[in-house]
Design a protein around this ligand. Structure first.
Ligand code: NAD
Length: 318
């Protein structure tokens, strides 16, 4: 069996080699499948990727022996799963590796912003310990709007309730049991936009969530809303985000993802957004903890093993 792993870290190689010693492993540290590496991939049967590796129909067509795609992520919008299905190629993901991991990152971004930690830290480096112009905010009693109450969104709600925040939520499939037990309130998208001090996004990237936060949505927000996006970049329209930051509708943004990140973070609009002092950007690192990465690797080898045992698990294109 020949397998190609894209976007792999040096430290992750041995995990796969030890688990599948009889496989031929091709390891690529970079994410992109390019015309240069395609010739070496002609006879691979399994493709293992992360979110930055695009797998459109044209790539699938160039891998005639491909039998399985595993993505070492929850999201799978980087893979043409319908086309893979038409070719009888299952695509398997890591449906959960700890809903706490990304939710904790959302709050790391939020707390870092409201407490002005980057500027305080910067001043320390020059022995400047003045802070009177850096008044922070309490989270307690603020209203957070959670868009998407799946695994990560619900954990974000748990954390928010722990801080004593009021929680509004929107989901196309509301979960009334959790609404009651976690004491939050489902409402419509407009109500989230109009009534939240903080908005945190936890929906997947789908045609229905593309530019969910656009110019029109931002106009409906309270002045000074804090926006947190740890989900997928293109759910927030970059031009609208920049305008919102410039006109004060958005006072601060914490972004682990940004529209266009897959092409290049050097894009001038992205640079204009992430270099602002009211923006805190982490380059898609929300998932990157010791505990979560171990769980991701374990689920990925389990997905491959299940496929070998003819018991496909975690398939997203059934
Ligand atoms: P999930 O499938 O458990 O939850 C998603 C929720 O969104 C579901 O409840 C669904 O009903 C809801 N939803 C779908 N479309 C909607 C719409 N149009 N409007 C409102 N609600 C809608 O997913 P999850 O595990 O909570 O993950 C959420 C997303 O987080 C993933 O899809 C992925 O894009 C992102 N993510 C990011 C990182 C990172 O490192 N930054 C890591 C993991 C996941």
């Amino acid at each position: 069996m020949k397998i190609a792993h894209f976007g792999i870290l040096e430290s992750e190689k041995s995990f796969f080699e030890e688990y599948f010693p009889k496989f031929t492993h091709l390891f690529y540290h970079k994410d992109l499948i390019t015309p240069e590496n395609i010739p070496n991939l002609k006879d691979i049967e399994i493709l293992s990727v992360f979110v930055h590796t695009k797998v459109p129909a044209e790539i699938i067509d160039q891998l005639p022996r491909l039998k399985l795609i595993v993505t070492r992520s929850t999201g799978f919008d980087h893979i043409d799963i319908k086309y893979a299905k038409s070719k009888h190629i299952p695509v398997c993901n890591v449906p959960t590796y700890g809903e706490n991991t990304v939710a904790e990152h959302a709050f790391a971004l939020l707390l870092t912003l409201v407490k002005n930690l980057p500027e305080i830290s910067r001043r320390n480096l020059t022995h400047n310990f003045s802070y009177k112009d850096l008044l922070g905010r309490d989270l307690q009693d603020l209203t957070v709007g959670i868009i998407g109450t799946g695994k990560i969104g619900l954990h974000a709600i748990r954390i928010a309730r722990g801080f004593g925040m009021k929680v509004l939520a929107f989901d196309i499939f509301p979960n009334e049991f959790f609404e009651r037990t976690l004491a939050f309130e489902y409402t419509g998208m407009d109500s989230i936009l109009e009534n939240s001090d903080i908005i945190s996004i936890h929906v997947p990237y789908l045609p229905s969530t593309h530019h969910l936060i656009d110019h029109e949505a931002i106009l409906k927000m309270k002045n000074g809303t804090i926006l947190i996006n740890t989900s997928r970049g293109a759910i927030v329209q970059n031009s609208a985000l920049l305008e919102g930051l410039e006109n004060g509708k958005i006072s601060m943004a914490g972004l682990d993802v940004i529209e266009g990140e897959d092409e290049s973070l050097e894009n001038p609009l992205i640079q204009k957004i992430i270099s602002r002092s009211d923006v805190l950007f982490t380059p898609h690192t929300a998932y990157y903890t010791k505990e979560a990465t171990n769980r991701i690797l374990q689920t990925t080898v389990d997905n491959i093993q299940h496929f070998l045992d003819h018991q496909i698990n975690n398939q997203v294109n059934k």
